[in-house]
Every structure is written in C-alpha cells, then in structure tokens.
Design a binder for this molecule. Structure first.
Ligand code: ATP
Ligand code: MG
Length: 425
C-alpha cells in the first residue's frame, strides 16, 4: 500500500464541512473588513524566503522544502504566505494603488518539522495582509478582523497575547541586552539557542525546549527597551482594543518565529488537543501575526509599511472539535428516486437531473439495487423524501412521494413534484 508522506493529511468528505465552515467564516470576515483575495504560486525562488522570512530563522535554516528544478534553479515550496504576497504586489505594481491595500489568502504551507498534534509538514493557513498604514488603528483593525473571525467559529477559551518587539531604532540595544543575559547561561542553552545567541538572540525567547524557556523567563523584557515611538504605538493600540472591548494580555515573551516583524506582534492561543492520559488540554497558537514595516523594501519594493496575520486552519478545525459545538455535516438529499424496473429507472434519472438543474439536491439509483435495497440506501443517506416509481406510476406520469420522517405517502404528478419539493425540500 502506498501511504501519504509523514506530516501530511487527507481531508475526507466527512471532515470537509468543518473546513468549509472555517473557509466561509474567513472569507465573510475578510470581505466585511474590505479585503480582496489573492492567490500565488505553490513554489517560489528560494531567495524570496531567505530574504523575506530571514536567513537566521528556523523556518529557513531547518524547515524548508528546497529543490533544484531541471534548469538548476533553487526553488522552495512556500513555508508561509506573507513573503509571497509581498513579492506579488511588487511584481504586479499594486504598491502604487490607493492605500491601504488589503489582501487575504488561503494557502497550504510546507515546513519540515517534527510532526505532532497541531504541527504538520503540510498545513493550511488563512492569512490577511494590510499595506500602506503604520498607525495603531491599522493594527487594531487587523486584530479586530482576527478576533471577529475566531468569534464566528465559536472556539472556546481563546486568549489574545500582544507585545511590541520594537523597531530598527530600539531593537539593537535590546539585542545587546539579550546577548549579555544569555551569555551567562550559554552552557545550559540547547545547541540551536547557542547558535542563536550569535545570530538572532531574540529567537531564544521563542525556543520550545523547557530548559531554554526557564532561562528565557528571566531575560530582559523587550517592553523595558522600547523607544518612545514604539512605546506610544503600543499604548495607543491597547487603548483602541479596550475601546472595542477586545480582551488581551500583554506578554513580553511573544517574539514570533519570522524575522520580518517590527513593533506589534500578537498571537491567539486556544486548546487544540487533549492529553489522553491526563485529560489536560494542550494550547497552541491558532492565529498569529504582526507588523512588518521593512519587509516590502527588503524584497525590492518601495518603503511601504504592512501588518498581517495567518491562522493555522488545521489547528482551528481541531479547536472547534474541542469546543463542544454541533459540527456541520455533509448536506442530505431533498429527495431520493427509487425505481422499480428499467423504464422507471430511466425516468428517475431524468427527473433527478431536472431537479438538480432547478437547484434541488436529488439522488437516484445508479448502482442497480433492488427496490428494497434502494429504500434502505435512501434511509442511510438521510433523504428527506423518497419518490417511488414503477410501471403503473410511469403510465400515469406520477409517483408516490414518501416523507421519510413520518412515513406519510401521497401520489403526485411529475409536474407537481418540483413544486412540492421546492417548497418542502
Ligand atoms: P509555532 O510557534 O506554533 O511553531 P509559528 O510561529 O511557526 O508557530 P507562523 O509561521 O506565524 O507560526 O504561522 C502562523 C500560524 O500557522 C500558526 O499560528 C499556526 O496556527 C500555524 N502553523 C504554523 N506552523 C504549523 C505547522 N507545522 N502545522 C500546523 N499549523 C502550523
Ligand atoms: Mg514554527
């Protein structure tokens, strides 16, 4: 048997209605906030992610699916969407449009990570990006979009954490303070963090190793090193959120895994898994983002501020499943045509086709079952009505309409069928 690669998933028809619910809530919310959809390629030049995500990040150093194409060019399966969106707006001249430019996307992402609950090698994101505004109110509008979206999904126990990681003016001094602090613990840090100490010390704050997390808990806080502008930006953002009634927690430990962030960063956390032994709920980030004012320039475009987020759809689906709500299911047919004999079967096919053309979900036998087996199948697929047609009915151009809920039957003409089903179906 050929099996799927580790860390990938099949989304089957029984699961799809929940994914569709997430997708429609995402689309609806994005459009309420004035965002337009953008789609981009599955693979891009490797250089885009080296420049955009940052060459010292875990994503670029350890997690990318990179390959040489037949012409020897280095290509990478997208590990995230923001760099792709930025490349696209520069290449397509959208940076010259009236601002703000507001875009949303659905994308699969590829990262070579150690698979676990909520952590896959191919996963799905709903993302949004807003360009051309650097105000605290633009940050607040982006966070409000994410908040509205998560509310629509009815996920329980969602927490919003916010931080500012400073800008190019205040970050260097903070970086220095981190190097000084972590150098004192160099021997206890994990191998990766020992490297990070030289290349990107802020990443240590994001390390998932418990030992490093313990050390990081005592590290200097970025919020104590912000310049006046970054401090004022954060304080105005929090008062805007207060005004909208969006609850948050200021958490100086949130630094985010990608290099391009400046000022505001945020994460929405929720339970996505339950430990089978202890019953303890495991929380992960279901949606995360931040401001990236230098990214467009870094990728070769004009100086254009931006802010966005990406929500991990696999984790959203898992969180909804834990939220004790009724899960959506595949639609059930309004009617099933059960036919006795070849002539009636042909007529059923025609009638089912006609109803589908009118927008009514109809099914009929195409397997060649006996009438009894057809009735059993109609019940199994949850048809609201069954229409039974035999030779006698066919001669009268009518059929027996059976309500599958209460068993009531009545004979109706083919012409009446559509009317009745469109009213009651
Ligand atoms: P984490 O800290 O959990 O590794 P991250 O910082 O790498 O997340 P981002 O790159 O910001 O995540 O991606 C945004 C969102 O995409 C995350 O909040 C999460 O919901 C989802 N996500 C990221 N990596 C994975 C993965 N390997 N499998 C499933 N979902 C993921
Ligand atoms: Mg990660």
């Amino acid at each position: 048997m050929i099996i799927k690669p580790r860390g990938t998933s099949d989304i089957l028809p029984a699961d799809s209605p929940l994914w569709q619910k997430v997708e429609s809530a995402a689309r609806e919310t994005a459009e309420l906030f004035g965002y337009g959809e953008i789609r981009f390629p599955t693979f891009e030049s490797t250089e885009l992610f080296q420049r955009g995500v940052g060459s010292t990040t875990d994503v670029v150093q350890k997690e990318m699916y990179t390959f040489a194409d037949k012409d020897g060019r280095s290509m990478t399966l997208r590990p995230e969407g923001t760099a792709c969106v930025v490349r696209s707006i520069i290449e397509n001249g959208l940076c010259g449009d009236a601002m703000p430019l507001k875009l949303y996307y659905f994308t699969s992402c590829f990262r070579y990570e150690k698979p676990a609950a909520g952590r896959y090698r191919e996963f799905y994101q709903f993302g949004t990006e807003l360009f051309g505004a650097d105000t605290p109110s633009s940050d607040a509008s982006v966070i409000a979009l994410a908040y509205t979206f998560l509310q629509k999904l009815g996920i329980k126990d969602v927490k919003l954490k916010i931080n500012s990681i400073g800008c190019k003016n205040c970050r260097p001094a903070y970086r220095q303070a981190l190097i000084e602090y972590f150098s004192g613990y160099e021997a206890q840090l994990c191998d990766t963090c020992r490297q990070r100490l030289q290349t990107n010390p802020m990443r240590i704050l994001d390390c998932k190793s418990p030992e490093c997390q313990k050390i990081a808990a005592g590290a200097p806080k970025v919020t104590d090193h912000l310049c006046d502008e970054c401090r004022a930006h954060l304080s105005e953002l929090t008062s805007l959120l207060d005004g909208m009634g969006i609850a948050y927690e200021l958490d100086p430990g949130i630094v985010r895994g990608l290099d391009y962030y400046t000022k505001t960063v945020f994460e929405f956390i929720a339970p996505v898994d339950v430990d089978k032994k202890t019953g303890e709920k495991k929380e992960l980030a279901i949606c995360a983002g931040g401001r990236y004012d230098g990214l467009v320039e870094e990728i070769g475009g004009p100086s254009l501020p931006g802010i966005g987020f990406a929500a991990g759809m696999d984790r959203l689906v898992a969180a909804i499943r834990l939220s004790e709500q009724e899960l959506p299911a595949k639609a059930k047919p309004a009617v099933y045509f059960a036919a006795l004999g070849a002539r009636a079967a042909a007529e059923s096919n025609k009638l089912a086709y006609r109803l589908r053309q009118e927008g009514i979900y109809a099914e009929c036998d195409i397997v060649g079952r006996s009438l009894k087996a057809q009735m059993k199948y109609a019940d199994k697929i949850g048809a609201k009505y069954t229409v039974i047609i035999g030779d006698n009915e066919l001669d009268r151009q009518s059929a027996v309409l059976k309500n599958m809920e209460d068993g009531a039957q009545l004979e109706v003409s083919f012409e009446e069928l559509y009317k009745i089903l469109s009213e009651r179906g």
